[in-house]
Design a binder for this molecule. Structure first.
Ligand code: ADP
Length: 632
């Protein structure tokens, strides 16, 4: 399935009414096929299950004969008391033996079931995580990470529980009902039927609750996903929440979502317990009937007390697994939905992926070319495209500057180069090779995008810098941090390059994070470097020093600098002014300044309002500043 085939990853609402959907059945079949891959474990599990069920069936029979022997002793009738005692002792030993062996084999089949369940859970989690790593940005734009996390945790857990809980128990149940039922009916038809009378009622209630639980489970999942999403957003944006004193608003939002989830949980509890009560009642009613009819049969001398005890013991033994039909059904229903949700993700093909015949990018001349590129985001149906007919070329050693108002499409250009998204029409090439024809790994190695937002992993600073190449030695890391003007700062940290940063480590300012991001990309020395407003939080003087340091490092590379600050890019060999996805002006800084147009207007505003410390108050100084940047 192509990932674009589904408009959203959230499962359709109409699925709630689709009780035995083919998707659910397919999910269960697919889980069973996964189970069968653990052949030996599964075979041992099934054999142990069958043996345990047979020992369980022996227990009521031994109990019955023990009761008869004991009654014989009490009555001290014609039987020889010594042989009756010996027979009682033998039966007691057999009973004990059957009980112990049943316990041992039950333990073994539970262990095998659990082991298969854990292995499948592990397998699915890994495949799921790997798939999420490969899904394109378009997919991650559409699907909320809270939903993806709920699938990764709760849904996979649902599949695992089905494997360890429901599967082998179903076998126990089938053996107990078929073989045990046959034995009881063969012993006494009436008593046998009465003893088994609660079974269809329990199965009926379980089937009904299956439908209800299946519906409510899905709804509960959606509500829990919403809850996770709210919490995730709240934690992610905790500073904004505090800054706007929005704690009460957030609390209300969380409370409402939490309420909705609890209402659904309560409904599920009601379904479970009302069905539980009906099942218990039908069991005791059947037991009462067996006692009543069995008592009469004993008086009439048709059966012995031991036989009646056997029936009652069998009912007691059957009761628990039959009641578990509810659990089995529930767990199967849950696995069919959860499995469906997980397999949906696993079966998706990323929209951006390697062509079957993709070859690694050959970095011949390294010229980056945009040829009549237009691009529209997937959810922008009906809206005009984000980029229209954009063409440019950046040769190695040259720098292209891109400037324009917010939302004009600058970052979109940056995202198209490493194929975070594919162009809608037109072509992007590096060294003459269409980037869609080369492998993604080689392309992303060749293109370094320094983004505005830097994500820090909870790890030492050096690992964060060397994220793209964990094998990088200290020297390469130092060179990268020195170029990014970050080395002195790191040196002053309590543990230098070993200092933990990220969510649970030292907090870095916006500018420091951006410098780390620059170091991260510089370390890889990619053939094409794109700075996407990556110096917005860095002061102008530091930016000048970074630019000077990078000049040497980027002398053979094609460089794109995107910025709203003209001082950051006026030294570029060509500057594009973008408005609503169109290139409205292009040229060198001096040429653009010499014409009336948006570039000059922006320059005038930035100079007039001192917006940009890099932009000196008059043109001659501007030229000297540019010259300084270029020379350095
Ligand atoms: P800039 O970098 O110039 O501020 P962007 O390239 O980020 O502009 O965005 C250009 C337009 O595309 C904006 O209208 C923005 O809302 C839209 N856009 C950006 N990212 C996405 C996305 N992931 N999905 C849909 N629309 C997007």
């Amino acid at each position: 399935m192509q990932e674009d085939a589904k408009p959203t990853a959230i499962v359709r609402e109409d699925e709630l009414d689709d009780v035995i959907s083919s998707r659910g059945v397919n999910a269960i079949l697919r889980i069973l096929r996964m189970v069968l891959r653990y052949r030996s474990r599964f075979a041992i599990g099934v054999i142990c299950t069958v043996i345990a069920a047979n020992f369980q069936l022996l227990i009521p029979q031994y109990l019955g004969s023990a009761v008869d022997h004991a009654q014989g002793l009490l009555a001290s009738s014609t039987t020889d008391p010594e042989s009756a005692k010996a027979a009682l002792a033998t039966t007691a030993l057999l009973l004990l033996g059957a009980g112990v062996l049943r316990g041992v084999f039950t333990m073994l089949h539970n262990y095998q079931g659990e082991a298969i369940g854990q292995s499948i859970g592990y397998e699915l989690r890994l495949a799921y995580f790997e798939k999420l790593q490969r899904m394109s940005f378009a997919y991650h734009d559409r699907v909320h990470s809270g939903d993806l996390m709920a699938r990764g945790m709760l849904d996979i857990e649902g599949v695992r529980r089905f494997v360890d809980g429901a599967m082998l128990r179903t076998i126990v149940l089938v053996i107990l009902i078929t073989y045990g039922g046959y034995y009881l009916i063969a012993t006494d038809v009436v008593l046998g039927l009465l003893a088994l009378s609660f079974v269809p009622i329990v199965i009926w209630r379980a089937a009904v609750s299956r439908i209800w639980l299946r519906r409510t489970w899905r709804a509960l999942q959606e509500r829990l996903s919403l809850l996770t999403r709210i919490m995730e957003e709240n934690l992610g944006g905790i500073r904004v929440v505090r800054a706007f004193a929005a704690e009460d608003h957030e609390l209300k939002r969380f409370d409402a979502a939490s309420d909705a989830a609890i209402v659904m949980s309560m409904r599920r509890i009601q379904i479970r317990y009302s069905n539980g009560a009906i099942m218990t009642f039908s069991y005791y009613a059947a037991m009462g009937l067996v006692l009543w009819a069995g008592g009469h049969k004993i008086i009439e001398g048709v059966i012995t007390v031991g036989t009646l005890a056997e029936f009652l013991a069998f009912m007691a033994i059957l009761q628990q697994p039959v009641r578990q039909v509810g659990m089995i059904v529930n767990s199967t229903a849950r696995a069919s939905i959860s499995g469906g949700r997980v397999f949906d993700v696993l079966d998706m093909e990323p929209a951006v992926m390697d062509k079957p015949d993709a070859k690694p990018l050959a970095l011949r001349d390294g010229v980056l070319r945009f040829e009549n590129v237009s691009f529209a985001y997937e959810d922008a149906a009906g809206k005009s495209p984000t980029l229209h007919d954009v063409s440019f070329e950046v040769r190695p050693g040259k720098t292209l500057g891109i400037v324009g108002p917010p939302g004009s499409g600058k970052s979109t250009i940056a995202h198209l180069i490493p194929r975070f998204y594919d162009v809608t029409t037109g072509r992007i090439s590096i060294g003459g090779q269409d980037i869609r024809d080369v492998t993604l790994d080689s392309l992303r190695e060749a293109v370094g995008v320094v983004q505005q937002d830097t994500f820090l992993f909870t790890a030492p600073v050096d690992s964060n810098v060397a994220y793209g190449d964990p094998a990088a030695n200290r020297e390469r890391i130092f060179n990268a941090t020195e170029a990014a003007q970050l080395h002195d700062y790191i040196d002053r940290l309590p543990m230098g390059y070993d200092t933990l940063v990220g969510e649970r480590g030292v907090t870095m300012s916006g500018g420091q994070r951006q410098r780390l991001s620059i170091a991260r990309s510089v370390l890889l020395s990619p053939a094409v470097m794109v700075f996407d407003d990556s110096t917005a939080s860095i002061d102008a003087a530091t930016e000048q020093r970074i630019r000077a340091a990078l000049l040497d490092l980027t002398k053979d590379r094609a460089t794109i600098i995107i910025s709203h600050r003209l001082g950051s890019l006026m030294h570029a060999d060509e500057i594009l002014f973008i408005e609503s996805g169109h290139i409205v002006q292009r040229g060198r800084h001096e040429d653009l300044l010499a014409q009336a147009g948006p570039y000059k207007d922006l320059y005038d505003i930035q100079v007039a309002f001192g917006d940009d410390p890099d932009c000196p108050p008059d043109l001659p100084e501007a030229s000297s500043a540019r010259a300084a940047g270029t020379q350095a």
